[in-house]
Design a protein around this ligand. Structure first.
Ligand SMILES: Cc1ncc(COP(=O)(O)O)c(C=O)c1O
Length: 536
């Protein structure tokens, strides 16, 4: 992803030469004609170039012949301006650059071409991307962060608990936040709907999951958890049943308990193939009664990292229809799916299901911006949206900062190249965890997650008294999430967050092993050379 990129539509070629990590190479966007028969590689002829984005953004027509050039607006978003000019003026710019008739003809046709537009979107993503050195995290710098993860425990404790990543955020998000700071753009925020976020959400869902939600049915919230609580509060009455499948991300349980609803617990059971856990849908069909109103679905599932099979989703959908349940589908981990597995939004199953589904999601998990507080609630029907909104004045819900919404827009529109790199790295970490545990602590039963960067560790066979997480904290100075908060009966489990550099992950695992009296073998390297970066 870090190299140059060329793509051709008819006679027109777009080429992006990105800036390289730690070098002075300056990104540029070029339009021209590709070498005949060679759709990739440098252009045979260049008509338009945009460059200097970071310091003095400029446009050039026929750059080799130096016909014309001028500045782009350096105070705003110069990359956006470059693409806006291509969209509005391509035929004129090519004519002034001396392009041939066939290219001018194609430039006029490009205005109506979805293929050309999607090529421009991809070029823009690549232009905004900067590779990230995921291995080069410095614990001393991480300790300077003021977030919960790095501040809950004393300094000598290595935190691998709460679900956030240690990696630097994507360049387009950084640029967006920098813009706010550099222009002191912290006045009263525009209303959420007017930021364009509902439309960007709809476009992202269509591109990624082939799901077409209606932007008019979107509400912007500050958190997914806020959406869970509001849904339970608005759509059920005290004492009514709410289905939660355990083990579960703790606020699901909190949303039922804190509002005085009745928990209809549906425990995961040992998987038929003997590895990890799977849902027990037969049991659920027996347990849903006439007073059950809501199903809270965690999709993909935290903490097991399991991806719901389509057949399972269909069974849940049938159950929802049969018992007139509303489904609140928390899909915050949908972008963190491994091995090329797809994600099927629950609301996309059928129009009848969409009508009874509230989808909650955000960019905060996959793009690592949970501190910016921004989430989406999508309602499959106007009636559902009305019930959700009824009786809570807008100001009781609180306002939203523009930075969270614009960071979300930047993530969804331009962050995918960063996410692709992060996902590949996480897959490596997942294999590292599996290999390390199999070698050093084989009593822990662990099924590598299909999604999420969370490893759900079954420590039943470990010879430690009480909670394994408490033992590791006390004896190993490493903080995992304690299984007990994921529901009753999961006390002998712990959740490990592996979204960090491999050296830090290794340190965490070694602390766990040493706290159990093992001496991890440093000489055996399961996954290639040791990265150079300084670790914990
Ligand atoms: C399933 C799930 N939902 C929601 C959240 C939190 O989302 P938010 O911070 O938007 O409330 C998390 C965080 O880990 C999560 O795993």
């Amino acid at each position: 992803m870090s190299g140059s990129w060329t793509c051709t539509w008819r006679t027109l070629a777009l080429r992006v030469e990105p800036g390289a990590l730690g070098s002075d190479a300056r990104p540029s966007l070029r339009v021209g004609r590709s070498v005949e028969g060679l759709e990739e590689g440098p252009l045979a002829r260049e008509w338009i170039r945009f460059d200097g984005f970071e310091r003095t953004p400029q446009w050039h027509l026929d750059p080799d012949g130096c016909r014309e050039s001028g500045p782009l607006d350096e105070r705003g978003d110069a990359i956006a301006e470059a693409f806006a000019r291509l969209e509005a003026e391509l035929p004129d710019l090519l004519a002034r650059a001396g392009a041939e008739l066939d290219a001018l003809h194609d430039a006029r046709a490009a205005a109506d071409s979805e293929d050309w537009r999607s090529l421009c979107r991809e070029a823009e993503r690549r232009l905004r991307h900067r590779p990230v050195a995921l291995d080069a995290l410095d614990v001393r710098q991480l300790e300077q962060r003021r977030s919960e993860k790095w501040h809950t425990y004393p300094r000598d404790v290595l935190p691998v608990w709460v679900a956030e990543m240690d990696f630097p955020i994507a360049a387009p998000i950084q640029a967006e936040l920098r813009r706010f700071v550099e222009s002191s753009d912290v006045g009263y925020p525009l209303s959420p709907r007017e930021t364009g976020l509902p439309e960007v959400f709809a476009e992202r869902m269509r591109e990624r999951f082939d799901w077409r939600p209606d932007p008019a049915r979107v509400e912007i919230l500050s958190e997914v958890v806020q959406g869970l609580y509001l849904a339970v509060d608005r759509l059920t009455r005290p004492g009514e049943g709410v289905v939660v499948q355990t083990p579960i991300y703790p606020p699901f349980l909190g949303a039922v308990r804190d509002t005085g609803r009745r928990l209809v617990e549906n425990r995961f059971v040992a998987a038929a193939d003997g590895r990890g856990l799977e849902p027990d849908l037969d049991r659920l069909a027996r347990d849903v009664d006439a007073d059950t109103r809501l199903l809270l679905l965690c999709h993909p599932h935290n903490p097991t990292g399991r991806v719901w099979r389509r057949t399972e989703l269909v069974r849940l959908a049938e159950l929802a229809l049969a018992h007139d349940l509303v489904v609140v589908s928390d899909e915050i981990h949908a972008d963190l799916v491994f091995d090329g597995r797809g994600h099927v939004p629950f609301a996309s199953l059928s129009p009848e299901i969409a009508e009874r589904t509230i989808t909650l999601t955000s960019a905060t998990k996959a793009f690592n911006i949970p501190g910016l507080r921004c989430a989406i609630a999508h309602f499959g029907s106007a009636a559902l949206q009305k019930r959700f909104d009824a009786g809570i004045p807008r100001h009781v819900r609180g306002g939203l900062g523009l930075h969270g919404m614009h960071a979300t827009i930047a993530a969804w529109r331009f962050g995918q190249p960063w996410l692709d790199e992060v996902l590949a790295y996480l897959e490596g970490n997942r294999a590292f965890v599996a290999d390390f545990l199999a070698r050093e602590i084989p009593e822990i039963r662990f099924r590598p997650p299909e999604a999420t960067y969370l490893a759900w560790l079954d420590c039943t066979a470990l010879d430690v008294p009480g909670s394994p997480a408490a033992h590791w904290l006390r004896e190993g100075r490493v903080a995992l999430s304690d299984g007990r908060v994921f529901g009753p009966g999961w006390e002998r489990h712990a959740r490990l967050n592996f979204a960090t550099s491999r050296p830090i992950l290794r340190e965490a695992l070694e602390r766990m092993a040493r706290a159990l009296g093992r001496a991890p073998d440093r000489r055996r390297e399961p996954l290639g050379p040791e990265p150079e970066a300084r670790s914990a």
